[in-house]
Design a protein around this ligand. Structure first.
Ligand code: PLP
Length: 382
């Protein structure tokens, strides 16, 4: 891209890494469904590609685009969000090191730390990240990484990225931010001091519930290079077709997020005044404890809404009664989804310090007509 002009987010999302194909003029990067590349003499690579675990042109297009939309130096695409997380942990940590994670982290992230990283020798402490002093107090000499998720899944907790970046850097640690819920359209952690951004591209970046993928974006080229080494050495890369689907999703991220946010605000209005709902968790609400930090670092409050009913039974009943809100795991697609985190996405955190309330319901508010979504919820709650 032309470095003299600062291109807008939507423009980067459509064009970064995606110049028309030099041979055919195709305006969309082809799916390079190929594992290996002809060499003109040993080591004579035509386009810099030798084997598709190491690099593949469709994945390169996605990785370039990811780096640009997150304002980073290097983007890397993985087979899933958790594969990206695993590569990050193994790049930054060695046995004996320590990590701070959110006390309401995504259940799969918690499981990765508790069942994979800890047996490998990496200790961790779950800490409420909304409390910066609590994070500072949890830092140890061996702390190599502070892991932030904001907003969190499913409790929509908010962490102040800039404040935590300062804590991490004072401690000589890196700050990683799982930016899955906000997406780079609403929040760019690297511009706030974070060192690495983590994504489940399965969610808003892909945006159509048709692909599983993950990404890391590093703020600086050196960290990017270290992560790229592990991406290749561990091998959990995104395939060409998955990369292509994710790239296609990213092109419309801005317009989709605008509608996700607008619809979510209407859903929140309905839930806040509904007598069957005990509490609504949404960072856009002025009484949300993280509202000020969210308003500072996000351009809007996102499409995820959680709420608490009077009981587990009531929560389960709502989940089973909606018709447009499909009962299902995952989030961030164009279609609205509803789920019961305690029994579904976060069942792996049961009995742990990260167990979620049993009366909690999580909505991924889609981009359907708002009136239809409101009617559906109204019916399910009645
Ligand atoms: C889904 C999710 C992940 C894990 O990503 P996968 O693509 O399912 O491996 C990580 N973090 C958050 C916040 C998520 O919602």
């Amino acid at each position: 891209m032309d470095n003299d002009v600062q291109l807008g987010f939507e423009t980067l999302a459509i064009h970064a890494g995606q110049e028309p194909d030099p041979v055919t003029g195709a305006v969309v990067p082809p799916i390079y469904q190929v594992s290996t590349y002809k060499q003109d003499g040993i080591g004579g690579l035509r386009g810099g590609y030798e084997y598709s675990r190491s690099a593949n042109p469709t994945r390169t297009a996605l990785e370039t685009c990811l780096a640009e939309i997150e304002a980073g130096a290097r983007g890397l695409a993985f087979a899933s969000g958790l594969a990206a997380e695993d590569a990050l942990i193994r790049t930054v940590c060695r046995p004996g090191d320590h990590v701070i994670i959110p006390n309401d982290a995504y259940g799969g992230t918690y499981r990765l730390f508790a069942k994979v990283a800890r047996p490998w020798g990496v200790a961790f402490d779950p800490v409420p990240l909304g409390d910066v002093e609590a994070v500072r107090a949890a830092v140890r000499p061996e702390t190599k990484l502070i892991w932030v998720e904001t907003p969190t899944n499913p409790l929509l907790g908010i962490a102040d990225i800039a404040a935590l970046a300062a804590v991490a850097h004072d401690a000589g640690a890196l700050l990683a931010v799982d930016n899955t819920f906000a997406s780079p359209y609403l929040q760019r952690p690297l511009t706030l001091g974070a060192d690495v951004v983590v994504h489940s591209t399965t969610k808003y970046l892909g945006g159509h519930s048709d692909v599983v993928g993950g990404a890391l974006v590093a703020a600086d080229p050196e960290t990017g290079e270290r992560l790229a080494f592990h991406q290749n050495a561990m091998g959990a890369v995104a395939g060409p077709f998955d990369s292509w689907l994710t790239l296609r999703g990213i092109k419309t991220l801005g317009v989709r997020m605008d509608r996700h946010c607008a619809n979510a605000e209407k859903v929140v209005e309905l839930l806040v005044r509904h007598p069957a709902v005990r509490a609504v968790l949404y960072p856009g609400l002025p009484d949300h404890p993280g509202h000020d930090a969210a308003a500072k670092q996000m351009s809007a409050f996102g499409g995820m809404v959680s709420f608490r009913m009077q009981s587990e039974e009531a929560a389960v009943r709502v989940c089973e009664r909606t018709e447009l809100f499909t009962l299902g795991e995952s989030l961030g697609g164009v279609e609205s989804l509803i789920e019961h985190p305690g029994r579904m996405t976060h069942a792996s955190a049961a009995g742990s310090p990260l167990e979620v309330p049993a009366d909690l319901v999580r909505l991924s508010v889609g981009i359907e007509h708002a009136d239809d979504l409101l009617r559906d919820l109204e019916n399910a709650l009645s």
